[in-house]
Design a protein around this ligand. Structure first.
Ligand SMILES: [Zn+2]
Length: 268
């Protein structure tokens, strides 16, 4: 979560007490972080939030077997997200957030001046940490590129198509910058498309690169190489879209079993 949003949730908890992590994550997913939307929260909107929450695994490509990620959004409902609902105490608390926002104004929960100082501090910390490790941003870029190769090399089954794909992935170009929040941001140029468009990757709180959009993008190329009759287009209107099942992005390859890339293809 971005710094400004983390801060919003931290400050609002001073007024309404501890908010369950999954409620913050769901409200964030539904667009209620760090803005005035919660001021107008009511029962009807809570129902809409519940409906939107149930789409999270599909949209974020979270595999049902990924307990940690499922719990992050569904808590005790993680095994049956279709039964998920906001509990009465949680609903009451969300409404109280709305009351405080109306009373005190969104500004007092954003504290933007303070945020600018925090970002500066974070930026300095990150720069210092990289320099202290004797590294550079280029070095960080190489490490990220290496992580992407490794992800695919570990899953290569040795078939000519897979080997060709892995060789193409090995020329992936990556640059790393310090982002607006002061955290590292990676920009990846896909070696398989001619597109100038760069894929953006960020780090989680523990400094791990989250490769979700890279893997979901590259898997589309691989799916097309494995089955050339399928259309790689990302266009949702494409009639021959390759559908990728939710994907577990943790880098431990063991859970992939017989399906080393963690996806299956089906025609929609
Ligand atoms: Zn591509």
């Amino acid at each position: 979560m971005e710094l400004v949003k983390e801060r919003f949730w931290m400050l609002i908890q001073r007024d309404v007490g501890l908010i369950p992590e999954r409620i913050m994550n769901i409200l964030d997913f539904c667009g209620y972080s760090a803005n005035c939307a919660l001021e107008a929260i009511n029962d009807e909107k809570l129902k809409i939030i519940e409906r939107e929450a149930k789409e999270i695994p599909q949209i974020l490509r979270i595999s049902a077997s990924d307990e940690e990620q499922m719990k992050k959004y569904f808590g005790k409902f993680y095994r049956n997200p279709q039964n998920f609902h906001i509990l009465s105490g949680e609903a009451q608390q969300i409404k109280m957030i709305g009351v405080y926002l109306r009373q005190k104004g969104i500004g007092s929960y954003l504290k933007l001046d303070e945020l600018t100082r925090m970002r500066e501090r974070r930026r300095k910390e990150v720069t210092t940490a990289i320099e202290a490790g004797g590294g550079t941003l280029e070095e960080q870029g190489r490490l990220l590129a290496e992580r992407i190769h490794t992800f695919y090399f570990n899953r290569c089954d040795g078939s000519p198509t897979n080997v060709e794909f892995c060789n193409m992935v090995s020329s992936v170009q990556v640059s790393v910058e310090i982002g607006e929040d002061g955290n590292l941001v990676g920009y990846v140029v896909c070696p398989l498309c001619q597109s100038e468009k760069k894929l953006r990757v960020s780090q989680d709180r523990t400094g791990h690169w989250v490769l979700a959009n890279i893997v979901s993008h590259m898997n589309r190329h691989l799916a097309t190489m494995v089955n050339p009759s399928q259309n790689p287009s990302d266009d949702p209107n494409s009639s021959k879209k390759v559908k990728l099942e939710p994907l577990d992005l943790d880098d431990s390859s063991s859970q992939y079993g017989a399906n080393p890339y963690g996806f299956t293809m089906s025609m929609t």
